[in-house]
Ligand binder design. Structure first.
Ligand code: SF4
Length: 223
């Protein structure tokens, strides 16, 4: 039996079969990728394909002996679905496609995905990017959330779902894309330095205070 996350697979409820989730940055797919996933699923008799809340296509009910061959044939990296790392980066269509978009959420999401997806951290981390304050990227309850506004990015930190949900705190507003990306980097550095093992960033903020983070990141004047 594999450990959770080994070979990019997670044991299912039947304690026998596995689920895998190919990495689809920002939830974008092409007809070729969809066709490949469908063809491989048919070839290996994968019983269920589930579109997840993290904009992945999970392939469920896979036999252990088929996992290596399925990854080989897909030719797509596994998404980081378990583990203490940057798990998912949920991104709305933003100015690329949405008529209400006020910022390039897809462009920023792609950069964040390339830089951080799977990055190991003290606790699990989910990131969201929304192209306007409607927040279709569910940014207020991500560990880090970027929201586009007419005056620049608003950055939330410390949101999470789960059994003890928490809305994120606003850490910065009216900053440009370069500043927002630099701020994400600084938040991650701060989190690495100050979090206890497996502590989500929101709980760390409750323990240390948002002021502590703002001071450490030199943000007093920007809010
Ligand atoms: S958050 Fe705004 S830009 Fe993004 S999909 Fe929703 S309405 Fe469109």
């Amino acid at each position: 039996m594999l450990n959770d996350g080994e070979k990019g697979a997670v044991l299912q409820r039947d304690r026998e079969t596995y689920g895998i989730a190919p990495h689809l940055p920002c939830g974008l797919v092409t007809p070729e990728i969809l066709r490949k996933i469908a063809d491989v699923a048919e070839r290996y008799r994968v019983p269920v394909l589930k579109i997840t809340s993290a904009a992945r296509i999970a392939m469920l009910g896979i036999r252990e002996e088929d996992i290596d061959a399925i990854w080989d044939e897909l030719g797509i990296k596994p998404g980081s679905v378990v583990g203490i790392c940057v798990r998912s980066i949920k991104v709305c269509p933003g100015t690329t496609y949405c008529k209400r978009g006020q910022a390039d959420s897809l462009g920023v999401g792609r950069v964040l995905d390339e830089r951080y997806h799977g990055l190991e951290l003290p606790g699990k981390m989910k990131i969201g990017v929304s192209g306007c304050p409607n927040q279709c990227g569910e940014t207020s309850f991500k560990d880090i959330g970027l929201v586009g506004t007419p005056k620049g990015w608003r950055v939330y930190v410390g949101g999470n779902g789960g059994t003890n949900p928490r809305l994120g705190d606003i850490l910065a507003q009216r900053i440009d894309t370069e500043q927002a990306l630099a701020l994400v980097d600084k938040i991650l550095d701060y989190y690495r330095t100050h979090a206890r093992p497996r502590e989500r960033i929101g709980r760390m903020i409750e323990r240390l205070g948002l002021d502590h983070m703002e001071d450490a990141l030199g943000l007093g004047a920007e809010k």
